[in-house]
Design a protein around this ligand. Structure first.
Ligand SMILES: CC(C)(COP(=O)(O)OP(=O)(O)OC[C@H]1O[C@@H](n2cnc3c(N)ncnc32)[C@H](O)[C@@H]1OP(=O)(O)O)[C@@H](O)C(=O)NCCC(=O)NCCS
Length: 169
């Protein structure tokens, strides 16, 4: 396991976060390569609910995860969306992604308003954290098993999920 420090992003991380997101998603088949812009827009509008950075002991930023509020049938029900999540290619498969997701979910669970989290991604990767497709929470577009939910307490609400407008430009 790699020696990592995980902490909330700081103003001085902004360039490194953008560079990391561009690099990590460069060859990704389902990416439109705008992940760095999504985070920049969330930040600019004060709607980046949580941004966590993973750093090596020398201070190099090698991983990042963002969380923002999602709406369920247009309402804020205390649900968050995980993403983007990225790890620098040469430090992938060493637990950085896992550490970021676990730390982020732990932070959210401590928030009084937080009821759960959704993610759009590879089921094989996200199910290890407890995410699972839930027919109650719909997200139009991608195959249903790629959109997953993790409730922090009780069943998930029923409805259609919308990410922050920053995700669409
Ligand atoms: C996906 C990503 C964040 C995972 O981070 P990571 O630090 O490499 O992952 P971890 O070390 O925590 O976990 C590694 C495990 O995840 C698996 N894994 C990694 N990427 C995966 C993927 N896209 N689909 C399924 N499994 C994946 C590995 O096979 C490995 O499994 P193992 O533990 O059984 O060997 C990283 O590969 C990345 O930045 N990829 C490019 C950007 C991206 O795809 N982001 C997620 C979009 S939803």
């Amino acid at each position: 396991m790699i020696d990592l420090h995980i902490r909330p992003e700081q103003p001085g991380d902004v360039q490194a976060v953008s560079s990391l997101l561009r690099t990590a998603f460069a060859g990704h088949p389902h990416s439109d390569h705008t992940e760095h812009l999504i985070v920049e827009r969330l930040r600019a509008h004060g709607r980046l609910a949580l941004g966590l950075a993973a750093l090596l002991p020398d201070g190099e930023l090698v991983g990042y995860v963002a969380f923002s509020k999602v709406a369920v049938d247009g309402a804020d029900l205390g649900w968050y969306g995980l993403g983007p999540l990225a790890v620098r290619p040469r430090t992938q498969r060493q637990g950085v992604g896992r550490a970021l997701v676990e730390a982020g979910l732990a932070c959210l669970r401590r928030r009084a308003d937080a009821r759960g989290c959704v993610v759009l991604g590879e089921p094989e990767y996200y199910r290890r954290f407890g995410f699972a497709a839930d027919p109650a929470l719909r997200f139009p577009g991608p195959p249903t098993d790629y959109f997953m939910a993790l409730s922090f307490a009780g069943p998930a609400p029923t409805g259609s999920v919308a990410y922050d407008p920053a995700f669409t430009g």
